[in-house]
Each structure stands twice: as structure tokens, then as C-alpha cells.
Write a protein that binds this ligand. Sequence first.
Ligand SMILES: [Zn+2]
Length: 282
Amino acid sequence: MLIDTHAHLNFPEYNQPGDDLPDTPDGKSWRAGTIARCLSYPMQVINIGVDYESSQEVIALAEKYPGSFFASVGLHPDDGFAKDFNIEQFSALIATHRQAVVAIGECGLDFYRWSELGSDFGKVYQKQTEIFRQQIALAREFNLPLIIHARASKDSDKPSAYSEIIKILQAENYQAGVAHCFAGTVAEAKQFLDLGFYLGFTGIITFPKGDNVREIAQMCPRDRMLIETDAPFLAPQAYRGKRNEPVYVEEVAKKIAELRSWSLGEVIELTAQNANKLFNLS
Ligand SMILES: [Zn+2]
């Protein structure tokens, strides 16, 4: 079955009808229409929390559509500036909704907008790494994989977010998870793979400027590939500029099939096997 391992169907982008996609026959909201298309495909979707509130929302979606939707809970590195990470609060949330939660994240390091987050890079770095380590502890507590978010700084004098994450994962000896929307170098990809991590491929693989991601997809072992949308963001080239939604993850699968000379069915099957192995979906 087609599995989108990274979406945000709880986000406000799905609150209102738009004009770029056919509405559902019942005329309900964009969220209802998007969910209906997922269910009728049929496919499975992991919705990803970015803070405590959105983690509650993705759990509610998973509990409303068991077997189709699953939840990942965590604090995104950008959101960690306005909010502190309360491990007890997240731990209690998971314990109460254990069936719905299949991963921790998205968590990691994001140095892209660091200057908007604080005037001192050292402080930004310290807080992000601390929140990331706490989420590794949470993942360990429940034996769950990590969904890793990384974004490089625009300034070349700043450390690589990927390298710093790899260092932390090595120091913590945590070996289960996915580098979501992977956009690092081949060398960094190899380090994640050596750690036992999976690589997540999004619509970027279909973009004209996606050469580096296509190169990674060529070298990634077939048992470590996952496909994802990051919906509502990163719509594949065929839908560029529109609101992304989980059914479009098929475009990512099609591109991998083309790059590797596999059939589309084979890509859907192998990525589903990988997702099941990592996230224990049922
Ligand atoms: Zn995301």
C-alpha cells in the first residue's frame, strides 16, 4: 500500500476551500476532501506534530481513522524557541494514546532562520540541541523511531545541521529513525545509513533543481528508502505551487521508479515494507 510517512493534515492550510483542487462531493472542508482522497486511494499516512498542541491534533486524526492515519509527536526545532519542551507532558500524552503514536518528531536542528530566533547563534544552538536530546530520551522511553528535521544555515561559517545531528545521534547511540526530506550531501547520507537510519524522499526529487536529492536516491539502499510529501508543503513538480496532499506521494514513487528502473508497484511495495518495519504500522 502507498504510505506517506510525513504529512501535516492538521495544519491550517486545510481549513478552507481553495480553488486549486476539486472539492469533495460532500462539499466539506479541504481537510475533509483531502482525507477522503487518502481513504479512497487507499493509503496510509503518518501525520507529524510540531509542538504539543499539533501533536494532540495528529493523535486525534489517527484515532479517528485507525489503520489509515498514524501520529508522530514532538517539537520542531523552530517551534522550540517560543516553547519549552516538557518531557513529562509528552510522555503522558504518548502513554494515554500509545496505539496512535508511531514516532517522535519532527525534531532535530534548523539553523536556516537562526537569526530570527535569537541574536546569538550559540544560544540558539544550545537550546535546539538540548530539546533534540530530550526527544531522543523520549523516543528511548517508548522505544520509538525518530523523525529528524534538519536545515542548514545560509551562512557558510555555521556548522552543518546534518553533521551536528549525526554527532548527537552517535553520542546518544540512538539508531532508529528517518532523516525526513533528506537534502544533505552523499557523505552525510552515508553517515545516516551507517547509523541505521532511513532516508525520506519528498517532491523535491521531482524539482528541476533536485539533482542532489536524485543522486542520493540513486545510492540509497532499497531497504532504507521512505517516501513522503511534507504536505501541505513541497507539492511535486506536476502540482507545483498548489497545496500538497498525501495522494501526491505517488509522484515521488514514480520518480524513484524512473531513476532506479524499477516498476512503480515495486517502489510502492518496498517503501511500504520499510515504513512498516520502522514504524510498526498495523
Ligand atoms: Zn514536516
